[in-house]
Design a protein around this ligand. Structure first.
Ligand SMILES: O=C(O)CCC(=O)C(=O)O
Ligand SMILES: [Fe+2]
Length: 217
């Protein structure tokens, strides 16, 4: 009997999306089965294009370290922030986005209701304990395409607000393998990540990785 019930239990990827808002949902554990491959991919990309804590126009430095792959990367310095096709420090283009990553993001978007999403950029964030991302909108890409966000390693609190900066924040725990998709009426919702708590994750050690797939071109 137990065996039978176990067999009927749907696999994690068949769990229904957890709705955050109209156009936004969490696919719990959706990327867990891809973690080993994707984390190996992150390490390959980081060898070619190291994680950097970028300068901000305000004169500070981001606590989150970033790299990217695909047609461009997000860049921030004293002059402002923007997408760039080449690393401004070395002149080198960003590493290509692995086909398996693009296919994964397309399928996750489809499950969230966004059929036909083909990302051309994946931004990769590296968080160490204490690193955080302030409340912001993702508005430097095409707004008619969703953002697909994949989390690995240490758990984090994703802050999910509204279309105004002052709207109340919900605290959404994101764990290893969770995927968040937002688009449509939720595309410009303010969001952020609370300071990462110290920990030691079995796969990533004292670190959280977040991949966001976007359409820029
Ligand atoms: O790390 C996360 O979960 C979200 C990152 C994010 O909002 C961004 O990179 O724009
Ligand atoms: Fe964001």
């Amino acid at each position: 009997m137990m065996q039978h019930e176990f067999m009927l239990d749907p696999p994690p990827y068949a769990h229904s999306p957890e709705v955050l808002d109209t156009g936004a949902c969490v696919l719990r554990g959706h990327a867990a089965g891809h973690a080993a491959d994707m984390i190996a991919g992150i390490r390959d990309i980081a060898r070619a294009m190291p994680f950097r804590r970028m300068a901000t126009p305000g004169g500070g430095r981001m606590s989150v370290a970033m790299t990217a792959c695909g047609a461009g990367g997000w860049w921030s310095d004293e002059r402002g922030y923007r997408y760039v096709a080449r690393d401004p420090e070395t002149g080198r283009p960003w590493p290509a986005m692995p086909d398996a990553w693009r296919d994964f993001a397309t399928e996750a978007a489809r499950q969230a209701g966004y059929a036909g999403f083909v990302p051309d950029v994946c931004l990769i964030n590296g968080y160490r304990p204490g690193a955080r991302m302030g409340l912001h909108q993702d508005r430097d890409e095409r707004l008619d395409a969703p953002v697909v966000s994949v989390s690995f390693g240490l758990p984090a609190i994703f802050q999910w607000g509204g279309l105004r900066r002052t709207d109340p924040l919900r605290r959404v725990p994101l764990r290893h393998g969770d995927v968040v998709v937002w688009g449509g009426p939720s595309r410009l919702v303010f969001h952020g990540v609370a300071a990462l708590r110290a920990g030691d994750h079995a796969v990533t050690g004292p670190c959280r990785y977040n991949l966001t797939f976007r359409r820029v071109g």
